[in-house]
Design a protein around this ligand. Structure first.
Ligand SMILES: Nc1ncnc2c1ncn2[C@@H]1O[C@H](COP(=O)(O)OP(=O)(O)OP(=O)(O)O)[C@@H](O)[C@H]1O
Ligand SMILES: *[C@@H]1O[C@H](CO)[C@@H](O)[C@H](O)[C@H]1NC(C)=O
Ligand SMILES: *[C@@H]1O[C@H](CO)[C@@H](O)[C@H](O)[C@H]1NC(C)=O
Ligand SMILES: *[C@@H]1O[C@H](CO)[C@@H](O)[C@H](O)[C@H]1NC(C)=O
Ligand SMILES: *[C@@H]1O[C@H](CO)[C@@H](O)[C@H](O)[C@H]1NC(C)=O
Ligand SMILES: *[C@@H]1O[C@H](CO)[C@@H](O)[C@H](O)[C@H]1NC(C)=O
Ligand SMILES: *[C@@H]1O[C@H](CO)[C@@H](O)[C@H](O)[C@H]1NC(C)=O
Ligand SMILES: CC(=O)N[C@H]1CO[C@H](CO)[C@@H](O)[C@@H]1O
Ligand SMILES: [Mg+2]
Length: 574
């Protein structure tokens, strides 16, 4: 009898301990683990050195810890590591301190993202990660939505922030809204967008994909979702008084610069003569602050002082797709076919996100190769939401929609009916696909009349299976025909005159991904053939398209490519 009672007692106390510390850990174990995790990247840190003894709550609380008596034990209820010069990832062990109500990690240099273990902190009321410039400020799933989460930039004099709680996220939003009379926009949608973004689990498509070229792309960890308002002075400082001009566009000039904490930026200054007025500026602000995806170029700052309208973006070091296709840079180093496809996959994914944004959709309205930028990993990102517009929904008044866009990319149906839909972006994207295939500008009046428009020029060749005659000379003989055909089929479908015949961006992404797999597989296969010396000089296989019928039959194309390569190889000069 006594034994049985003891047994029950043991079980219940074990259950309590397990509730507080998962995996049978004690507070002492967790504290030890926490210290070890921090020491890894912060040897010699003063605060860590002061953590003596085993229990962070006794005999006296460690620096940065606050404890409270609960059920006879002193347990950690607050962590305050603000301004302790800490680096590296946030310790996952913190998630095991189940009684935590407040965590302050302000003013450090934590990197990575907020650990998933934090979702076990059911008592947490406040979490601050303000001023950790390299941290991804995304809450893990399951963390209480009622919690007060603050993140944002540093209080460097560089930043033009209102006093007091200016750095709080909630305040950043209102300062963006009220910061300048010139910048007016709908607060309602702004807030909705923000809360939506926090809840949405961030999928890092780029990193999770198995396809070889794409793997290198990852989310920029240096970017900060809170858009900063910058002073004109700091913009002057960042750009060295607008010293390095990197481009000119419809909005104005684009300069290179460096922000206070070293981030490379592109600074867009609206020229007084710009035809894209205040409305575009406001559009950018409203849209870009809420929209977040690794294949979109985020807005990181803006300035609207003294009638100047300036937008600050992260610098995309490999320039625009256009520059790489037929600019100066293209002459120095030709983009290979696989990279062209992977850049377009990136851009297409960005557009899928826009087209499905917040339950309705955002139409880009100016999809073109100069608005697809390449980061240091050659990951393609869509830029410039200046023309963007939420798609009209049923019941909306038909807001005035004068035709905007760039000649050569314009959807003819949109042009003639002025009815805007996501299929207009699809058309423009199809033109970009033709650009990567042909290496030609969409509209070039220097050429013979019949070749002015790349869409009109290419169509008969595609119809007659004469693709060798339209492919960019720079990649001639360096592509897998099957991959090329897939892209051309997508491009043809995208540029159909009737929008109903065009595919959706989701379909396009799938097709392009298939195409890239085929291309990579074929080139890998060829390399292995070359290295074993069993294959002749033909680097890439060539498949006669007619064998596919009209290309509608779904064959395991990668397998087919390999089989025919074998056939070709067998026929080749051995
Ligand atoms: N974030 C950036 N990083 C690097 N280069 C950029 C960036 N943004 C723009 N550029 C460069 O500046 C050039 C001009 O860009 P801008 O967006 O002003 O004009 P555009 O894209 O030609 O036309 P539009 O005004 O219709 O977008 C681009 O072609 C690109 O080379
Ligand atoms: C953390 O400590 C700093 C000073 O060291 C203080 O300014 C800040 O308010 C504290 N944070 C919390 C949440 O108590
Ligand atoms: C912060 O961490 C990043 C990434 O590890 C590093 O590049 C940067 O130099 C660090 N900054 C400071 C001030 O330590
Ligand atoms: C969140 O915290 C900030 C500053 O600590 C405070 O001003 C704000 O009122 C809090 N918000 C909520 C919803 O508790
Ligand atoms: C910006 O200002 C800092 C000091 O405030 C200075 O060290 C730096 O050189 C300046 N940068 C430029 C480009 O003027
Ligand atoms: C909406 O369309 C109607 C005709 O269909 C037109 O008379 C009206 O001016 C349009 N409204 C706006 C705001 O463009
Ligand atoms: C290439 O294709 C073969 C046959 O379909 C497949 O087994 C292999 O996994 C593919 N390799 C890559 C890298 O996709
Ligand atoms: C293909 C290409 O030119 N890639 C370059 C992109 O930018 C990085 C650094 O900015 C270069 O190292 C790559 O060579
Ligand atoms: Mg642009």
């Amino acid at each position: 009898m006594v034994l049985a009672c003891l047994g029950v007692l043991l079980i219940t106390s074990a259950a309590v301990a397990a509730a507080a510390f998962p995996d049978g850990l004690t507070q002492v174990d967790v504290a030890k683990q926490l210290k070890e995790e921090l020491l890894g990247r912060n040897p010699g840190n003063e605060m860590l050195k002061s953590w003596n003894g085993e229990d962070p709550c006794s005999p006296s609380a460690w620096e940065g810890f606050s404890c409270q008596l609960k059920d006879g034990n002193r347990v950690v209820v607050k962590l305050n590591f603000s301004s302790k010069g800490l680096q590296g990832p946030i310790p996952t062990a913190i998630g095991s301190l189940a009684e935590l109500t407040e965590i302050d990690l302000k003013d450090n240099n934590f990197t990575g993202s907020i650990p998933h273990s934090f979702s076990a902190l059911t008592q947490l009321l406040k979490l601050s990660v303000i001023c950790n410039p390299f941290l991804i400020n995304k809450l893990p799933d399951g963390l209480s939505t009622g919690m007060n989460f603050s993140y944002g930039g540093c209080a460097a004099e560089d930043y033009h922030s209102p006093p007091g709680a200016a750095k709080e996220r909630t305040f950043v939003i209102s300062s963006v809204a009220g910061g300048s009379l010139a910048c007016t926009f709908a607060l309602g949608s702004f807030f909705i967008c923000f809360s939506k973004r926090e809840k949405r689990p961030q999928k890092t498509d780029c990193a999770s994909t198995t396809n070889p070229v794409y793997e290198e792309c990852s989310i920029e960890i240096t970017t900060n979702p809170a858009v900063q308002q910058l002073s004109l002075k700091s913009i002057h400082n960042a750009t060295g008084h607008f010293k390095t001009l990197i481009g000119e566009g419809g909005f104005g000039s684009v300069y290179q610069g460096t922000l206070a904490h070293g981030q490379q930026v592109a600074v867009k200054v609206r020229s007084p003569s710009s035809t894209q007025g205040t409305r575009e500026f406001n559009n950018e602000l409203r849209l870009l602050s809420a929209v977040w995806h690794e294949n979109l170029v985020p807005l990181i700052g803006y300035c609207c002082e003294k009638d100047q309208q300036i937008l600050v973006y992260p610098f995309m070091s490999n320039g625009s797709l256009q520059d790489r296709l037929y600019g100066e840079a293209s002459k120095r180093k030709v983009l290979d076919w696989a990279t062209r496809i992977s850049v377009c996959i990136g851009a297409a994914r960005g557009l899928v996100y826009l087209h499905n944004f917040a339950g309705r959709c955002i139409i880009h309205r100016d999809v073109k190769s100069s608005n697809i930028l390449l980061d240091h990993n050659m990951c393609g990102k869509v830029a410039d939401f200046g023309f963007s517009k939420y798609a009209p929904q049923e019941g909306d008044s038909n807001a005035s929609m004068e035709v905007r866009g760039t000649a050569g990319y314009l959807d003819p149906e949109y042009y003639s009916t002025q009815v805007l839909s996501t299929k207009s972006d699809v058309f423009s994207f199809g033109v970009v696909l033709l650009e990567i295939v042909t290496g030609r500008e969409p509209l070039d009046v220097q050429r013979p009349r019949s070749e002015w428009s790349v869409v009109e020029w290419a169509k008969p060749y595609i119809r007659d299976f004469r693709i060798e005659e339209i492919v960019d000379p720079g990649i001639k003989g360096q592509y897998c025909s099957e991959a090329m055909w897939r892209v051309l089929e997508v491009a043809s479908a995208c540029t159909e005159s009737f929008s109903t015949f065009r595919p959706s961006m989701e379909d396009i992404v799938r097709e392009l991904e298939d195409s890239l797999i085929i291309e990579n597989n074929a080139s890998e296969y060829m390399r292995s053939m070359e290295s074993t010396g069993t294959f002749g000089s033909n680097r890439y296989l060539s498949i006669d398209r007619k064998m596919f019928g009209s290309g509608s039959a779904r064959i395991d194309a990668a397998k087919f490519a390999l089989d025919s390569a074998r056939i070709d190889a067998g026929k080749g000069p051995l």
